[in-house]
Design a protein around this ligand. Structure first.
Ligand SMILES: C[S@@+](CC[C@H](N)C(=O)[O-])C[C@H]1O[C@@H](n2cnc3c(N)ncnc32)[C@H](O)[C@@H]1O
Length: 247
C-alpha cells in the first residue's frame, strides 16, 4: 500500500538541555514521555548522555533505537576515512528513521543541549529534509548551562560572541581568539593545553573559566589559569566574558 505524505510519522529532534532533567522544556518532556520510538546517539559501551537525561521518563513499551558511533577519536578528523565512515553511519541512521516515519511512526530523537547547535542530529536533518516531516524542539545549549553554573554574564552592549572549537588548528584558533570580545570554546578535552596557550598569548587567560559537566552531577567551575593541565572531560567548555559597554 502506498503511504500518503500525511500518513508519515514525524521525526522530532528533542533538545533536552545541558544535563539537569528539570532544564528540559515542557514540550520536550511531553514528547519524551509520549513517543514510543526513541532514538539517540551514543558511544559503543556507553549509555549516551542524552539517554541518561531521560532515565525513568520513557513509556513502558518504548522502542529504543541507539545509534552507536563507529568511531570517535580513533581516526584523525582530517583523514578522509573519518568523513567516509561517519557519512555511512549517518546515512544508515537516516534510513532507519525514514523507514519508521514511512510506517507512520513518530520518533523522538534525543539531543543533548540544542539539536541545531553542534548536534549530531544535524547530520540526519540534512539527509532527511524533504523526505520525512521533521520538527525541532529547541533546548538550552550547554554553553548557557555553563554560564549559569559559573554565574558569568557573557555578552555586554556591542560585544560579539565567538563560539570556537578546541579541535580547530592552532593558527585559526589563535587568530579568532585575538579578534574576539566574548568567547566560548567547546570541545576542549584533549586540546586544553593548546587552547590555554592561545588564550594566554592573546592576554585573555586571566578572564577564562573552565566549566565541566555544567548542570550535571560532577559540575565543576574553575579559573582556567588554576587548572592542573590534565585533559578536560568531553563535557567541558571554556567561557571568557566580553568586556563591552557596562553601566
Ligand atoms: C557535540 S557538542 C554538542 C553541543 C550541544 N548540542 C549543545 O547545545 O550544547 C559537545 C560539546 O558541547 C559542550 N557541552 C555540551 N553540554 C555541556 C555541559 N553540560 N557542560 C559542559 N560542556 C558542555 C562540550 O564542549 C562538548 O564537548
Amino acid at each position: 500500500m502506498r503511504v500518503t505524505p500525511e500518513a508519515k510519522g514525524t521525526i522530532h529532534a528533542v533538545g533536552l538541555g545541558p544535563g539537569a532533567p528539570d532544564l528540559m522544556s515542557v514540550r520536550a518532556d511531553r514528547l519524551v514521555r509520549e513517543t514510543q520510538h526513541i532514538a539517540y546517539f551514543r558511544k559503543v559501551g556507553r549509555p549516551g548522555q542524552a539517554r541518561s537525561i531521560v532515565d525513568g521518563m520513557l513509556r513502558p513499551d518504548a522502542q529504543e533505537l541507539p545509534m552507536e558511533y563507529p568511531i570517535t577519536t580513533e581516526i584523525p578528523v582530517a583523514d578522509p576515512l573519518y568523513r567516509k565512515t561517519l557519512a555511512a553511519f549517518y546515512a544508515a541512521g537516516a534510513t532507519q528513521l525514514r523507514a519508521l516515519s514511512e510506517q507512520g511512526h513518530d520518533i523522538a530523537v534525543l539531543c543533548e543541549g540544542d539539536p541545531m547547535f553542534f548536534g549530531s542530529f544535524m547530520h540526519l536533518f540534512t539527509r532527511l529534509s524533504g523526505a520525512a516531516p521533521i520538527r525541532i524542539v529547541p533546548g538550552i545549549a550547554g554553553m548557557a548551562g555553563a554560564t549559569a553554573a559559573a554565574g558569568l554574564p557573557l555578552v555586554w552592549g556591542d560585544d560579539t560572541l565567538a563560539v570556537l572549537a578546541g579541535t580547530m588548528p592552532w593558527e585559526k584558533l589563535a587568530e579568532r581568539i585575538r579578534q574576539a570580545d566574548a568567547l566560548v570554546v567547546m570541545k576542549c578535552g584533549r586540546h586544553l593545553t593548546k587552547v590555554r596557550q592561545a588564550l594566554s598569548e592573546a592576554g585573555r587567560l586571566a578572564d577564562a573559566w573552565l566549566i565541566e559537566y555544567a548542570t550535571m552531577p560532577g559540575e565543576r567551575v574553575q579559573p582556567l589559569s588554576q587548572h592542573n593541565g590534565s585533559p578536560a572531560p568531553y563535557f567541558s567548555l571554556i567561557v571568557v566574558p566580553g568586556r563591552g559597554r557596562r553601566s
